[in-house]
Design a protein around this ligand. Structure first.
Ligand code: OGA
Ligand code: MN
Length: 317
């Protein structure tokens, strides 16, 4: 097949300000200095610009995700996710059905809301800062999405990927931050890695921690604190907002360790702030990233409307 024209010299798709473009040597080993994204895959069909930051990331421009993709394109997207942990697809225009269909090409899509009767199926679901009357509200900043987390780790089989698409944004802000827990793990001292080996972390959905509120439906589950990537086998820290303790360790000590590891993993050199544009679709790998929404806009004034799906994953090992 003939190669698509190469997209040309950087920067081609507009520069965005980024967090984590520089990295102090002390915290991150060899990763120091500005990150200069390169075009990858010259001569291939996809224009992949990577890394976007010290925390990884790639941008794939020029793809229309509203239509079914050839199998080799899907394979390239998967490879980019494996290599760079998250991929930004700018300039999309997707219905909720089309977004679902795109996600379904990456793997089995999880039903949202427990598949409650009356819920629309086979569409992306809406996540927005809108209250029951449809008005923007800052009460959402209290929610779990605004604390560092990975998606649904309180399930025995948490989702592998999350697909998030920007439909309506505030004039500025409303970022999503990512922290690369694979790089954070790699940067730990050998003695700490030894200390973590074999530990299991207990996750629970916050609702499950309130007596009587779905408690029986979502009991705590435990996963390896250092989980390995299902494709590469590379280790990454698995923790975040829903991590409540470490199995078999004194609760105070375990919580302190989780706090230290979270502080370590979310240093600027391991993080990237995505400054959304309408039409951006971002896919991220929950096995080696934390993420959080940032309340850096007037949440009572502006609407931020996103469409979302998650793709099922394996039991973490
Ligand atoms: C999510 C999530 C963050 C955001 O969709 O899982 O955490 O910025 N979103 O909306
Ligand atoms: Mn999330």
């Amino acid at each position: 097949m003939a190669a698509a024209p190469h997209p040309g010299p950087l920067p081609a798709s507009g520069e965005r300000e980024r967090v984590g473009d520089t990295c102090p040597r002390r915290a991150c080993g060899e990763r120091e200095g500005p990150i200069a994204p390169r075009w990858e895959g010259e001569g291939q069909r996809l224009a992949i610009r990577a890394p976007l930051s010290a925390a990884g990331g790639a941008e794939i421009a020029g793809l229309d995700l509203s239509r079914p993709l050839p199998a080799e394109t899907v394979a390239e997207i998967r490879a980019a996710l494996t290599e760079h942990q998250f991929v930004v697809f700018p300039g999309q225009s997707l219905s909720r059905e089309q977004q679902y269909a795109f996600a379904a090409q990456l793997g089995p899509v999880e039903a949202h809301g427990g598949g409650r009767p009356g819920k629309r199926r086979d569409v992306a679901h809406v996540t927005a800062n809108l209250d029951a009357d449809g008005n923007p509200s800052d009460r959402f900043a209290q929610g779990a999405n605004y604390r560092w987390h990975t998606d649904k780790p309180y399930y025995r089989t948490p989702p592998l990927l999350t697909v998030l698409y920007a439909v309506e944004l505030p004039p500025a802000g409303g970022d999503t931050e990512f922290a690369n827990t694979r790089l954070a793990y790699e940067a730990l001292p050998a003695a700490t890695k030894q200390r973590l080996a074999g530990l299991r972390v207990v996750f629970q959905w916050e609702g499950g921690r309130r007596p009587g509120y779905y408690a029986s439906e979502l009991p705590p589950v435990d996963h390896p604190l250092v989980r390995t990537h299902p494709v590469t086998g590379r280790p990454a820290l698995y923790l975040g907002n829903h991590a409540v303790r470490i199995a078999g360790i004194d609760e105070i000590e375990g919580t302190a360790l989780l706090g230290e590891l979270l502080d370590h993993a979310t240093q600027p050199c391991f993080t990237y702030a995505h400054r959304w544009r309408v039409g951006d679709l971002v896919v991220w790998d929950n096995t080696s990233l934390l993420h959080r929404a940032v309340a850096n806009y007037e949440m009572n004034r502006y609407r931020r409307i996103m469409h979302r799906n998650v793709v099922k994953g394996p039991v973490p090992v």
